[in-house]
Ligand binder design. Structure first.
Ligand SMILES: Nc1ncnc2c1ncn2[C@@H]1O[C@H](COP(=O)(O)OP(=O)(O)OP(=O)(O)O)[C@@H](O)[C@H]1O
Ligand SMILES: [Mg+2]
Length: 352
């Protein structure tokens, strides 16, 4: 196992710079998830750590070693891709053992290692099967087993679950998390699914356009998003955003209504955006600081999503599943001041 340190990492393809100097320290045994929209540079970062892409600028250390100029096979990493290639003509044992093809272990040592990994993955009874005799989740475990068998310092996963159906994804997510709790390797995991990021990560790295937007624990990025992008990317449904101006005592919205808020760092008269999570909004027929007509009601079972037209905006609130309001009804919305987020309208930065 080892730490991973990335310093001012830059990547250009020809004249186009796609990664603009990102830095990150991953602790030994930490599970870090990179998340962000398509094209933001997640795979590029991972491939540079793996040694599959040249480094245009900056440094990558695995443990104490600067690995910039090391071959992938000398970096002590193992990578699992989205389109994991397991060989259909080979047994599970041979497929997992493929990870040891360059190892100098004697045959008996290799067999012992394969048995250990199969036991950790719960596949001891399946070692003689061919891939076409396995379920999708079992095949995915074979691909992970092939990476594990070398006991690498760092595991790299690039969207390994995105080809699986929804149920299997959830199951594999849990399996990978449990696996990490058991073996404790350093893991860098890439996904564009914020739920995957929230549920698995020790820390989440949120990227956009080749820049890191925020690094933090799942709860930090959820409760204290650094900017509007992070606030809307993390959490589903997305955070509601209402533009207004800062009055000193609160946010004045377009129709003149003021939502009171304790002192913030905003300047009087500044253009701001008030952020309200659907989970934090309470739908009530008593008085609230906002009110409007219910446009759509989406029952989810335990909760109900309620779309309320407020001030020319459609806000989403999560209401109880048992007695949801009806379409056309006028409702009020409230939230605790401590759960309201404020952002600078121009820069998008949070105003604490
Ligand atoms: N070989 C290449 N040549 C030129 N540009 C590339 C190359 N590979 C990637 N890019 C560009 O680099 C940027 C980052 O790509 P990358 O594959 O890292 O995105 P990603 O975050 O993994 O996206 P996705 O979620 O779609 O996998 C994109 O704009 C992409 O078009
Ligand atoms: Mg990618």
């Amino acid at each position: 196992m080892a730490t991973l340190s990335i310093r001012n990492l830059v990547k250009s393809y020809g004249k186009v710079e796609v990664l603009h100097g990102i830095s990150l320290d991953v602790a030994d045994g930490e599970f870090v998830v990179f998340v962000g929209p398509s094209g933001c540079g997640k795979s590029t970062t991972l491939r540079m750590i793996a040694g599959l892409e040249d480094i245009t600028g900056g440094e990558i250390h695995i443990g104490e070693r600067l690995v910039n100029n090391l071959e992938p096979k000398d970096r002590d990493i193992a990578m699992v891709f989205q389109n994991y290639a397991i060989y259909p003509h080979m047994s599970v044992r041979k497929n997992i053992g493929f990870g040891l093809r360059t190892s100098k272990l004697p045959k008996a040592g290799k067999d012992k290692r394969i048995d250990e990994v199969a036991a950790i993955l719960g596949m001891s009874d399946l070692l003689e099967r061919r891939p076409n005799q396995l379920s999708g989740g079992q095949r995915q475990r074979v691909a992970i087993g092939r990476a594990m068998v070398r006991d690498p310092a760092v595991f790299l996963f690039d969207e390994p679950l995105s080809n699986l159906d929804a149920q299997l994804r959830t199951q594999m997510r849990l399996e990978i998390k449990k696996l990490h709790q058991r073996v404790g390797n350093t893991i860098v995991f890439v996904t564009h699914d914020q739920v995957e990021a929230m549920t698995m990560a020790d820390r989440i790295v949120i990227m956009k356009d080749g820049h890191i937007q925020q690094v933090g624990t799942p709860l930090e990025v959820y409760h204290k998003p650094a900017n509007i992008f992070v606030a809307q990317f993390i959490g589903a449904p997305s955070m509601n955003m209402l533009p207004g101006t800062w009055t000193g005592g609160g946010v004045r919205l377009a129709d003149g209504l003021t939502v009171p808020l304790p002192a913030r760092t905003a300047a009087e008269g500044a253009n701001v955006v008030l952020g309200l999570r659907p989970d934090d909004l309470v739908v009530t027929n008593k008085k609230g600081f906002l009110s409007g007509q219910v446009a759509v009601v989406e029952p989810l079972g335990a909760d109900t999503l309620v779309y309320v037209g407020v001030n020319g905006h459609e806000l989403i609130a999560k209401a109880s599943g048992r007695e949801p309001p009806k379409v056309g009804q006028t409702v009020a919305l409230t939230a605790n001041a401590g759960e309201m987020h404020l952002f600078d309208a121009k820069s998008g930065e949070a105003l604490p």
